[in-house]
Ligand binder design. Structure first.
Ligand code: IPM
Ligand code: MN
Length: 356
């Protein structure tokens, strides 16, 4: 059997705590089902800066390039907030995304039926919510050139640029995802103002003829932000550019009650992937056993599905989590019975119990 190389990058803040639980789940399944996964570990983010003077050391980048899949906890924290731009922990994330060409960012927002009271919307608005945001991750204004600050520091600028090829490849990922779901794709742009969005709309519209079973619609990003909180269940798959996707996925995350529940996958064309919880490093609660490991554990489920096509093992994790939630067990970020609030590691153990 071909070995499967997984790199763990725990990172900063609650990253190590939640990724440790994810690692326990992966190790359990690997042993129980003989999945042939080899796990190694490296440093990234603020802790890498402390050790090597940079957030993404060469050795980490090399290990990442050689792996089939990466699980990242979270990066960042107040200790590194005042570092110059290139040394900030977040740069490591952007570096991994661009160096590995991880252009397709999949951010599902699924509300467990056991948690509909945790949402900031009325439960009938979000009951059974299941939407998928597909964010272009290696282009757009995050990476466009020119960028910088004028000599006198009186102005600063970034460039939002997309090529036809970049739009087409993320478009294909989105149409294919919609084909496997409810066959509705909404492309989000700002085509009433931005040339880059006019091109985006043109390329996505042209692709639609190759996917006749998918119903395509277009929406302006301001309206999409409103519709997400007005009637989120109208959406199935949303595809959008880097910056709009960043913003809309945070809105979608909150609809599910807690950002502590949401995993993500960032894939390249070889299905090499970086998997990470959508939440950040939450320095305020780090080291206290308060963090919710479910987003990290669901990120492992996404890894098994997207990088290794181990769909059964992936579903087993998702089902185990639902079973734990159905029994009322929660973590500190979720609404529910205080007597059933579990620590980070107890939640990990509870999920593993259901896998056995
Ligand atoms: C995200 C984060 C990152 C982004 C930051 C940390 C660079 O907000 O993954 O959504 O803006 O892409
Ligand atoms: Mn973000």
């Amino acid at each position: 059997m071909k070995s499967r190389e997984v790199l763990f990058l725990p990172g900063d803040g609650i990253g190590p705590e939640v990724s440790n639980e994810a690692r326990k789940v992966l190790e359990y399944l690997n042993d129980a089902q003989d999945l042939g996964i080899n796990i190694s570990q490296s440093v990234v983010g603020g802790c890498a800066y402390e050790e090597f003077g940079k957030p993404l050391p060469e050795a980490t980048l090399e290990a990442a390039k050689k792996s089939d899949a990466i699980l990242l906890g979270a990066v960042g924290g107040p200790a590194w907030d005042n570092l110059q731009y290139d040394l900030r922990p977040e740069r490591a994330l952007l570096g991994l995304r661009s160096e590995l060409d991880l252009f397709a960012n999949l951010r599902p927002a699924i509300l467990s039926k056991y948690l509909s009271d945790s949402s900031s919307l009325k439960s009938e608005k979000v009951l059974d919510l299941d939407l998928l945001i597909i964010r272009e991750l290696t282009g757009g204004i995050y990476f466009g050139e020119p960028r910088g600050t004028s000599d006198s520091n009186q102005s600063a600028f970034n460039t939002m640029v997309y090529s036809r090829d970049e739009i087409e490849r993320i478009g294909r990922v989105a149409f294919e995802a919609a084909q496997k779901r409810n066959k509705h794709l909404c492309s989000v742009d700002k085509a009433n103002v931005l040339e880059v969005s006019v091109l985006w709309r043109e390329v996505i519209s042209k692709l639609a003829s190759e996917y006749p079973d998918v119903h395509l619609s277009h929406m302006l990003v301001d309206n999409a932000a409103m519709q997400l909180v007005r009637e989120p269940k109208q959406f199935d798959v949303i595809v959008t550019g880097n910056l709009f996707g960043d913003i809309l996925s945070d809105i979608a995350a909150m609809l599910t009650g807690s950002i502590g529940m949401l995993p993500s996958a960032s894939l390249n064309s070889k299905n090499q992937g970086l998997y990470e919880p959508v939440h950040g490093s939450a320095p305020d609660i780090s080291g206290k056993g308060l963090a919710n490991p479910i987003a990290a554990i669901l990120s492992v489920a996404m890894m098994l599905k997207y990088s290794f096509s181990l769909n059964k093992a992936s579903s087993a994790i998702e089902n185990a989590i639902q079973e734990v939630l159905s029994e009322g067990y929660i973590t500190h970020d979720l609404e529910g019975d205080d007597n059933k609030k579990l620590s980070t590691s107890d939640m990990g153990n509870k999920i593993i119990e259901k896998l056995i």
